[in-house]
Design a binder for this molecule. Sequence first.
Ligand SMILES: Nc1ncnc2c1ncn2[C@@H]1O[C@H](COP(=O)(O)OP(=O)(O)OP(=O)(O)O)[C@@H](O)[C@H]1O
Ligand code: SF4
Ligand SMILES: [Mg+2]
Length: 366
Amino acid sequence: MSRLVNAEHLRASYHTPDGREVTAVDGVSVHIDEGEVLGIAGESGSGKSTLGAILSLTARPPLYVDSGSLEIDGQTQALDGSSKIPRTWRGSVVSLLPQGAMNSISPTMRVRDLVVDVMRAHNRSVTKDEALDRARDRLASLDLPTRVLDAYPHQLSGGMKQRTVTIISTLLNPRLLIADEPTSALDVTSQKALIDMLLQMLEQKIMSGVIFITHDLPVLRTVSNRIAVMYAGKIVEVGDAEELTTAPRHPYSAALLSSVLVPEPAYRKMRVYGIPGAPPNLAHPPSGCRFHPRCGLVMDECHTEEPPHVGDQLRFSKCFWALKNPGQSVPLKAVTASSLSETDTVVEDDDDTTSRPDDEPSEVPA
Ligand SMILES: Nc1ncnc2c1ncn2[C@@H]1O[C@H](COP(=O)(O)OP(=O)(O)OP(=O)(O)O)[C@@H](O)[C@H]1O
Ligand code: SF4
Ligand SMILES: [Mg+2]
């Protein structure tokens, strides 16, 4: 696979009204190959949407990009405002499907009006008919009814509305689509339909790569080739989707996995724990490893030193435990049971209440 996107040393901060700077993405680098889906996982507040805003060139005050570069198809743009990024990049090179997009479209506009607006915002010379022809062709190529163009948003089901906004955000055939929580408000059937459509779009080369952001690891596992796990503004682990969700090498990824029901034999019989504690306030992140106050494997150096990068670009964990246990997956019991406080929620499974028989359908779209 050839390289599509290289984003390096991204750092961005929110400037708060009381004069503080909250760094929500701190030293993040990611790459994506042609045809690849990169999943970004992490708890609420870990910086996923901020990373999406940086990469889609949509960062606006109070968010400021402090540093970083974005290379697509061999062309590099500095993101810190030091040089002007060509207008054509937004929408046709990178496009964002924002978090909550399907609920923020104007209820008084028909889908066709949105289509025309989006196409003409990019290129004033596009006629209404040309814009609608493009949308009709796109819907037809994805086996969707062209009559949705005449509908108002409230006339579409949630699933169809989300598929429609996804199509609108890719009308300009972006090289990279960043989809921020596109499945979060959908039922399981609609989640599967949206994921199938995204994969079909990749196959048809409507776009060449996707960043799929969600807190839902089981969904990510079905859609992504690789997953990057974020914690408190940093990427703490990267790996092949299957491997990361079955053999995580960072205690936070393991804790995240243990807090959801994953249809994986090794995990099914586990207790389901919430991750102890809460994510840190990014205005005052903890010293050393930012996960150390919540980590069941914490050691002395974690309190004060930046964790090392263990592994290569495709498979790494930023962690002292990983340094001492190269290539090992984190023992799940160690990150959950030992770090639980009395107030942490537990779904017991001593009587196997969290396990499912093999033939029972999982809650995750297959
Ligand atoms: N407008 C803002 N002003 C100040 N800080 C902000 C603002 N928006 C976000 N932040 C900070 O940035 C951090 C990351 O926010 P972001 O929206 O990127 O997280 P997220 O991972 O997308 O969360 P979610 O899963 O809830 O969508 C938050 O924890 C918060 O501290
Ligand atoms: S560096 Fe230390 S505190 Fe951080 S995740 Fe690894 S073991 Fe836990
Ligand atoms: Mg978000």
